[in-house]
Design a protein around this ligand. Structure first.
Ligand code: FE
Ligand code: FE
Ligand code: ZN
Length: 276
């Protein structure tokens, strides 16, 4: 069975997300660890998390894919702002112990004119600081569309970060909209793109997917998500993904422009397309 779900609101706590996920046919989900456009995190609630952990196990959920705040830029130019971003990462990774053995995905950052190499070394430093040995979490770098000075728009950049950190607890979350916008043609040559990923990063580092269609054409470097089958990727691309021997085993997270009923339909559609 596919492990598929969507982004859910964390506002009512962890157990509420498990219940919502079950109602819409999901067996994984994503959530923001703190306000996606700010820094504030919810109060920690150990009892709620314990209930959620038991329910996830009882109902056979796959790994969850938490998402760091969009505003957390680990390679921003100003030292004070960078230190603040790093403190958010530290707190997020510490908090992941409440839902152990899941994934924490984030956008590597934007170097804002400092240059790719400086940006990458700052991201590496932040990860080395925040990712303490023995933490029950794997950090996933998200593949980006390469908008502005975004880092993570190429597999080589992700590989540089992974090598810099030098930990098995770092992997990649491939966002279908981002890679297509970023110039990797998963519509016409999914296997070729995966072979390239395997050569550069190693497929064993690929741990999760964000499933999004794109409002923009190939290599547009734009990053605007569209509902599954309604954008430039098209339904067949997602059919290929959910029947792919490697990809179909990973947690698949929808971040399409939907409310819960729309997500429920997309989850059902993906399950139906999965015939292998
Ligand atoms: Fe993201
Ligand atoms: Fe994404
Ligand atoms: Zn995006």
């Amino acid at each position: 069975m596919l492990t598929v779900g969507c982004h859910l609101s964390a506002s009512a706590g962890n157990m509420a997300m498990v219940e919502t996920a079950r109602k819409i046919g999901a067996n994984t989900f994503a959530f923001f660890t703190r306000n996606p456009r700010g820094a504030k995190a919810r109060a920690e609630d150990a009892a709620d998390s314990a209930l959620a952990v038991a329910a996830l196990k009882e109902h056979g959920f796959g790994k969850l894919v938490a998402h760091g705040s969009y505003t957390m830029n680990l390679c921003t130019a100003e030292k004070e702002a960078r230190d603040f971003a790093c403190s958010l990462l530290c707190d997020d990774l510490r908090r992941m112990a409440a839902l152990p053995d899941n994934y924490y995905n984030f956008h590597p950052g934007s170097h804002v004119g400092q240059g790719v190499d400086v940006g990458i070394s700052q991201i590496v430093d932040a990860l080395k600081t925040a990712l303490k040995p023995g933490y029950p979490v794997t950090v996933l770098l998200e593949t980006m569309a390469g908008k502005g000075s975004e880092i993570g728009g190429s597999f080589h950049q992700l590989k540089q970060i992974i090598d810099g950190v030098g930990s098995d607890a770092v992997g990649v979350c491939l966002d279908t909209c981002h890679v297509y916008d970023g110039g990797y043609d998963i519509v016409n040559d999914l296997d070729g793109v995966l072979a390239e990923f395997d050569n550069i990063v190693g497929l064993d580092r690929l741990k999760a997917l964000h499933l999004n269609d794109s409002k923009n054409p190939f290599a547009s470097h734009k990053d605007r998500h569209e509902c599954i089958g309604q954008g430039s990727l098209g339904l067949d691309t997602f059919r290929n993904i959910v029947n792919h021997p490697v990809l179909s085993r990973l947690p698949l997270i929808l971040e399409t422009p939907n409310e819960l009923p729309g997500y429920q339909k997309e989850i059902a559609m993906l399950r139906e397309m999965n015939t292998k």
